[in-house]
Design a protein around this ligand. Structure first.
Ligand code: ACO
Length: 325
């Protein structure tokens, strides 16, 4: 029988690094506040590259890692909450740039959980497609949706993209179990990219599109629901928490990760982190972390290590995948 595995990964972030110190010239904040509350030291901010530019570079990196013919790719999913445009999708632009002429391409909107949702969808679709490869990308230019005079949100986010190439093959299976959720009732806790309804029969309203977030509410929701989601995915996969080699969590806040580790009773050394260097890159955070963890040898493709991928964000959305890498 066919299984789906993770074949290769790649990432790309804009060159331009912005340290907390620089933000103190733009708004009333401090390096100490940002580091203590979030663990962030710097982030990469685009100097004009849009989400598709980042996603194309991350995809090219994932493809360059293996000699895969792009015509063998049947599916391109881009998880993003900051697309270049509503149409064409970012995924269509990636499909064109990498010349994946046989691929179906579309964007998926699930905020910071987008990469988890995207992997879950791609893994299932790939089992029924003619081509053996699927590309799942998380990419964001969060900086264009931030209100740079709102210190409560603008210090938290960064720009970047990460890509994962999935392969369908006989005899191996990476996807062991999943636990995905949405709670639309709490959607107002994180809003971004609202568009005005303005037309000849309707006056303009005051929507500005900026990202707004009730940080406290999300913090409380996440520290309750993520330990539960991880526990459930691991149980569904007939695995013990002790057997999980690494827990890769959405990089939104180092304190959240510390609390989750504590609640699960697992050492923090099992939770790779890079929020220091990137801030919260939303849907890009997990594929960037996965690619870095593979590059530095923490995670080894084909090793059989058990890995938890878990994310949460706007929607509200959250979820966990248990994979054998
Ligand atoms: N610099 C200095 N002071 C600040 C800053 C800043 N950048 N931001 C806020 N403050 C001040 C506030 O004004 C407040 O001051 P006050 O007490 O005088 O009113 C004080 O610091 C505390 O503010 P809180 O908002 O209560 O700080 P908190 O400890 O809750 O930390 C944070 C805020 C970091 C946002 C936290 O709540 C958090 O991480 N929440 C989770 C966010 C998250 O995970 N989002 C993920 C989803 S993202 C997505 O889907 C795209």
């Amino acid at each position: 029988t066919f299984g789906v595995t993770i074949h290769s990964t790649g990432r790309y972030v804009p060159d331009n690094e912005v340290y907390n110190e620089t933000l103190t010239h733009w708004m009333e904040t401090s390096d100490e506040w940002i580091r203590k509350r979030t663990g962030i030291r710097k982030r990469h901010l685009s100097k004009g590259e849009d989400t598709s530019d980042l996603c194309i570079r991350a995809s090219q990196a994932a493809l360059a890692n293996q000699k895969v013919d792009a015509s063998q790719i049947g599916l391109v999913i881009v998880a993003t909450m900051t697309p270049d445009s509503q149409s064409p999708s970012v995924a269509s632009k990636v499909q064109a740039a990498i010349k994946a002429e046989n691929a179906v391409a579309f964007d998926l909107s699930a905020a910071c959980s987008g990469f988890i949702y995207g992997l879950s969808a791609a893994e299932k679709m790939l089992r029924h497609m003619a081509c053996p490869y699927a590309l799942v990308i998380g990419g964001e230019v969060m900086s264009k949706t931030l209100n740079w005079s709102d210190r409560k949100t603008s210090v938290l986010f960064g720009d970047g993209a990460g890509a994962v190439l999935l392969k369908r093959e006989v005899g191996t299976e990476a996807f062991i179990a999943e636990d995905l959720h949405t709670d639309g009732e709490k959607g107002s806790a994180l809003v971004s990219g609202e568009q005005e309804v303005a037309n000849p029969v309707c006056a303009r309203d005051d929507k500005n599109g900026y990202l707004t977030m009730d940080g406290r509410a999300i913090f409380n929701f996440v520290t309750k629901s993520i330990p539960k989601s991880i526990t459930q995915a691991v149980e569904k996969g007939s695995t013990d928490l002790e057997e999980v080699d690494f827990f890769l969590l959405h990089q939104a806040n180092a304190r959240i990760i510390e609390i989750v580790a504590k609640k699960l009773g697992r050492p923090l050394s099992k939770f790779p982190m890079n929020i220091e260097n990137y801030g919260n890159t939303s849907a890009a955070s997990l594929p960037i972390l996965l690619d870095e963890s593979i590059e530095n040898g923490t995670i080894r493709l084909g090793s059989g290590q058990k890995i938890v991928l878990s994310a949460f964000g706007g929607g509200l959305t959250w979820g966990t995948l248990l994979i054998k890498i």
